[in-house]
Write a protein that binds this ligand. Structure first.
Ligand code: ADP
Length: 677
């Protein structure tokens, strides 16, 4: 059933002018309502999840956002060409661009969002603060007037008192923002904030705010329609941030008095009414810890990334409400009919190195599996490529519980159960952050991350070492599909780690390298177990099962690792921490060094790989230890040397050959002296 056919402004089809998780999420509601969905995509997203989720998809240009998702002409002509009734902008990109709203309306397309006028008024932090002041909503003490003279701004900064925060009026996403602690740094910071604002938003004007040392970020969800209704859907707390961008969000806000709640709702609704707000929007506030006076920060005239926490505590589908409002219908519930229940927390999982100041990373997701019991809003799947062109948000995990501890419990479980391989993400950091007492107690401010992890975040050592050890076992184990009895009884058959003596277990030394460091490890394949020694720890694994599953026997409880051997690295994950470990043997595998023993004069392939070089020819004399050939496996180079002095008797491979582990590659006829030994 199509929901809005008989509305004042019928919506039968929606073009979603966005990508990633939000495009998929908007389409989900459209599908439920029987609305046809049209995706747009850049060349970088031709195979993206949002493209395949849509009923139809239109290419709109090259990978850089300016050449595609921000190109108004391309988006509008895609919408017209596909016969869309409406355009949903998602968040970011064109969502808060009043010119785009007007262009849509001029082209006869319904913009699923507020009026161009509201977008325009609230798009300027300076203008929105003036409106707030007009309706009696307190703002952060500061300067937000027209004059942009350096002299005026400096005088105002001194009046406000340092530290001050310089902000781009047109800003968003924390860009164009500078904290200044001392007057001597002001002029320089001002110049760079203005330059950044000019480059990012085409508008260099700034405002000044008193820098609040230890604030909470609170915000109120508003929803309005074109019939004059406006309601709030309670508050969210988004205090956990990195680089002024949200990381964890929840609803309702913990440890808030009813008095502050009332102030927040009243302020948000006054502002919304003042501008006849007619869609979903969010009014943001900041409140110093210990204070009961929230200050208005800005209003976002779109759907927020964190809208799902509100949806889970109110059972309202905010995208549906946006569509209802855009179709000219009245919102289905009045204020007193909206009741919150329980508690919801969202974790943003981004492709970033939490241990390196949240530096974004790129790459390919090789495997992903989502847990049950939480809501997942995702724009990725196995095979998704994460490029530098767009933001680093991959997916959001949202947990709901009867109360805050229940929601925390569920989110920690969800983050521990999800596996995502192939690219560094913030998953394990988020899991650890939520477990912190300060967060559990509801006392997080925007300084939470620095306070909870004063040395920076890093995975806990025991956990990290278990993953590294498992990576060694996975590296040495037979490839998937090749069930190798050698793991059960090492002397029945040879395997990748050469087992040549019935009296001793096979042993190999490995060098490991991953995001968190490098180290040496020793692997011993025993009759019934595999032992790994690394970083002063000894870990014992059960032999890998036929399906490749790996489990630590001690010191652990048999929980399984997820393993994937990829070109160049072993990708491994357990309990929410994932790692890509480059494993390299440190000893020459064809020489014994007293560890791997040779009883024959053959050189065997130490592992499945490609012969990259032959150093010898048939009949050539070689000295013990001289390089004979080179193999490449997992992009690592292994040089195999002559086990004895002698003559090359047979060459059973050529450069370029792919050979299985244990294949006989070269045979050496030992010289007489060697034979006598
Ligand atoms: P943007 O639009 O770039 O996201 P906001 O004004 O919404 O900028 O602020 C983003 C975040 O920056 C806030 O959530 C808060 O953590 C921090 N912030 C903003 N203003 C202040 C202030 N006056 N003092 C301290 N921190 C602030």
């Amino acid at each position: 059933m199509v929901r809005f056919v008989h509305s004042p402004r019928p919506i039968r089809s929606v073009l979603v002018a966005n990508r990633g998780e939000i495009a998929v999420r908007v389409m989900r509601t459209c599908k439920r309502l029987g609305i046809r969905t049209i995706a747009v995509y850049s060349d970088a997203d031709a195979d993206a999840v949002h493209v395949r989720t849509a009923d139809e998809a239109v290419r709109i240009g090259h990978p850089p956002a300016r050449a595609s998702y921000l190109d108004m002409d391309a988006v509008i002509s895609a919408a017209k060409g596909a016969g869309a009734d409406a355009v949903h902008p998602g968040y970011g990109f064109l969502s808060e661009n009043s010119a785009f709203v007007r262009r849509c309306e001029d082209a006869g397309l319904i913009f699923v969002g507020p009026s161009a006028h509201a977008v325009e008024l609230m798009g300027s932090k300076i203008e929105s603060k003036r409106i707030a002041a007009r309706v009696g909503v307190p703002t952060v003490p500061g300067y937000h007037a027209e004059s942009q003279e350096d002299k005026t701004l400096f005088a105002e900064a001194k009046r406000i008192g340092f530290p001050v925060l310089i902000k781009a009026s047109a800003g968003g996403g924390g860009r164009g923002m500078r904290r200044v602690d001392h007057p001597k740094n002001f002029v320089e910071a001002l110049a760079s904030a203005k330059a950044e604002a000019e480059a990012a938003f085409g508008d260099g004007s700034v405002l000044l705010e008193k820098f609040i040392l230890n604030p909470r970020h609170l915000e109120v969800q508003l929803a309005g329609d074109r019939c004059g209704n406006l309601v709030h859907l309670f508050e969210r707390d988004c205090s956990v941030q990195r680089n002024n961008q949200k990381v964890l969000e929840e609803a309702p806000a913990p440890r808030l008095t009813d008095d502050v709640r009332r102030k927040l709702y009243h302020a948000a609704c006054s502002l919304g009414r003042e501008i006849s707000y007619d869609s979903a929007g969010t009014v943001e506030f900041i409140m110093e810890i210990g204070s009961d006076e929230p200050y208005f920060l800005e209003m976002n005239t779109r759907l927020q990334v964190e809208h799902p926490v509100t949806e889970l505590i109110t059972d309202v589908d905010l995208v549906e409400w946006q569509l209802i409002a855009a179709a000219g219908e009245a919102l289905p519930l009045k204020q007193d009919e909206i009741q919150p229940h329980g508690h919801a927390i969202e974790a943003r999982i981004t492709a970033e190195r939490a241990d390196l100041g949240f530096r974004p990373v790129t790459g390919e997701i090789t495997e992903v599996s989502f847990p049950r019991g939480v809501r997942i809003d995702s724009g990725v799947e196995a095979g998704s490529k994460v490029s530098l062109y767009y933001d680093s948000l991959l997916l959001k995990m949202i947990a709901h519980g009867a109360d805050r501890p229940a929601a925390i419990e569920r989110l920690v479980s969800g983050l521990s159960e999800m596996s995502l391989l192939g690219i560094a993400t913030t998953q394990a950091f988020l899991r650890d952050a939520i477990r912190q007492p300060m967060f559990r107690d509801g006392e997080a401010t925007t300084r939470f991350i620095e306070a909870a992890f004063p040395e920076g975040w890093r995975p806990e050592e025991t956990e990290l070492m278990a993953l590294r050890a498992a990576a060694c076992v996975a590296w040495a184990a037979p490839s998937a599909g090749e069930v190798n009895p050698a793991w059960v009884n090492p002397w029945l058959q040879r395997n990748a780690v050469r087992v040549t003596s019935a009296a001793r277990s096979a042993q190999i030394s490995l060098h490991l390298k991953d995001d968190y460091g490098e180290m040496e490890a020793e692997v011993r394949v025993r009759r019934d177990a595999v032992e790994v020694e690394a970083g002063g720890r000894r870990m014992i694994f059960a032999p890998p099962t036929a399906d490749g599953a790996l489990a630590l026997m001690t010191p652990d409880d048999g929980r399984k690792f997820l393993v994937r051997r990829n070109a160049g690295a072993v990708q491994i994950a357990r309990d929410g921490l994932a790692l890509s470990v480059v494993v390299q043997p440190t000893i020459d595998l064809s020489l014994s060094h007293g560890r791997v023993e040779h009883t024959s004069n053959q050189i065997l392939a130490p592992l499945h790989g490609v012969i990259s070089k032959l150093y010898v020819a048939i009949g050539e004399t070689v000295a013990k230890g001289a390089p004979v050939l080179q193999m490449e496996a997992m992009k690592l180079i292994h040089t195999l040397s002559a086990p004895v002095d002698g003559q090359v008797a047979s060459l059973r491979c050529a450069a370029g050959d792919t050979v299985p582990a244990d294949a006989v590659l070269v045979e050496i006829l030992p010289s007489a002296a060697d034979e006598q030994l």
